[in-house]
Design a protein around this ligand. Structure first.
Ligand code: SF4
Ligand code: SF4
Length: 436
């Protein structure tokens, strides 16, 4: 079995984002591979922990990807301020694998921003790094790729557990572990009346500890006070957002001036979509299709806008309705140039933490690399982009940790799913429950 088949067999998906099946990405050809160790999302220390604890595996995984896509060079992108991670990685560099030091800004980990920072190339509008000869892989994904070469399937996820929990830390959590169990293992809530925030304040979402489970793409579990401004902001229903936007948007343009994609030379101008909402008129086609250029980083609503309006949410709704109608971005522009103001309009991370009112939850990572022994897991069939996996086990069957329990449907894009603990399958109904 070749390296890419091993990755497919092990169920590796992009750990840093939406869970794109990694074996599909490795079928491409590129001259450069970037290892994404930026971890720019506030409060997360998961990738930093992986870089400290699994540096050799990251470099091994990077070599595997470079070979698969035919790349001459690999660049590990890590923030200069993360000196320990830099030190850990430096020991494993080779003549065609180097380090690139990123500044401490948000969103340094956005694929397109990283490609520009490390290579000077601009990914075209609605394009992907491959369009400019680059493949980007998150560092945790690279460690999983290295393990896949030894036949090890993805059964756990490195997760930062913090906020208002008694014992914050970074843990290897079996996939399918209920979030409520993960919080309990960290000592439970510090205060009463908390809300769950998954994956970070900028690109994450509010969740339900009784329903949500850890998946292959869960990077963070945080408890915040129910009255925290971020919780209030994320709980605001869309119709309320739209109503407020109509009366309040002053067309100051800060959302556009700070938008990382606009500063990258793309045509996205969030203040224009707000103008459409303001004036309650039919939007012109260009303003609507430009929704596809939004990466939903949250800079416009959670940092730039003085009154916390959300062009991001409006773009998200437009994208959904355009996608449902089969509309695609009409890519026309050929030449790109970054805005001359780009470098000094980058959002400093420290300022962002204060703006979000979460600076007090930043912590020094304490990494516990051994996977937890949990009593039961509920493993979803879709933790990746593409088709849900098809179960290959039945209720009552005994399974071992790492055993295949659901596979990619024939002819579809997807990812295999494996038992994250050993035990008995007690339910197969959209998810697979295993009890020890
Ligand atoms: S920053 Fe806020 S107020 Fe200013 S144009 Fe954008 S949405 Fe409107
Ligand atoms: S979320 Fe806002 S700032 Fe980020 S890319 Fe979209 S429009 Fe630009």
């Amino acid at each position: 079995m070749n390296a890419v088949e091993l990755v497919k067999k092990a169920g590796v998906v992009g750990a840093g984002g939406a869970g794109f099946p990694t074996h599909v990405k490795l079928a491409a050809k590129a001259d450069t591979v970037l290892a994404n160790g930026a971890e720019c999302e506030p409060l997360l220390f998961s990738d930093q922990s992986v870089m400290l604890g699994r540096a050799a595996e990251i470099v091994d995984g990077l070599k595997t990807v470079m070979k698969a896509v035919g790349a001459e060079r690999g660049i590990i992108c890590v923030k200069e301020k993360n000196k320990e991670a830099v030190k850990a990685l430096e020991k494993h560099l080779t003549k065609n694998i180097s380090l690139f030091g990123l500044g401490n800004f948000y969103p340094a980990g956005d694929e397109q921003i990283m490609v520009y920072e490390a290579t000077g190339r601009i990914v075209p509008e609605a394009g992907i790094p491959l369009n400019v000869g680059v493949v980007v892989q998150n560092v945790a994904t690279l460690a999983n790729i290295a393990r896949a070469q030894n036949g090890e399937a993805v059964t756990s996820r490195i997760v930062t557990i913090g906020g208002e929990v008694k014992n914050p830390g970074v843990h290897a959590v079996p996939v399918g572990t209920p979030v409520a169990d993960a919080i309990a293992r960290c000592g439970g809530p510090l205060i009463e009346n908390c809300k769950l925030l998954l994956n970070g304040p900028m690109m994450g979402r509010l969740g339900d500890p009784q329903k949500d489970v850890v998946t292959k793409t869960t990077s963070g579990i945080f408890l915040l006070p129910a009255q925290h401004p971020l919780v209030m902001r994320l709980s605001r229903p869309l119709p309320v957002d739209i109503r407020i936007s109509r009366g309040a948007c002053e067309q100051c343009r800060y959302c556009t001036d700070f938008c990382p994609r606009y500063l990258q030379g793309h045509a996205l101008q969030p203040h224009k979509i707000m103008r459409v909402i303001n004036e309650q008129r039919e939007p012109e086609a260009e303003t609507v299709t430009n929704s596809f250029l939004c990466c939903e980083c949250g800079v416009c609503d959670l940092f730039a806008c003085p009154i916390m309006l959300s062009p991001r949410r409006i773009f998200r709704e437009f994208k959904k309705s355009l996608g449902a109608r089969g509309v695609r971005f009409p890519q026309q522009k050929k030449e790109y140039a970054a805005d001359i103001h780009r470098d000094y309009r980058r959002v400093p991370k420290d300022k962002l933490l204060r703006r979000l009112d979460v600076a007090r939850y930043e912590m020094e990572p304490v990494f516990h690399d051994a996977p937890w022994e949990v009593d039961a897991v509920n493993i979803p069939m879709q933790m990746h982009l593409g088709a849900p996996a098809t179960p290959v086990v039945k209720t009552g069957e005994k399974v071992k940790r790492g055993q295949l329990i659901a596979e990619i449907p024939a002819g579809k894009m997807g990812a295999n799913v494996h038992a994250s603990i050993g035990g008995t399958v007690t339910a197969v109904n959209g998810l697979i429950r295993i009890e020890r």
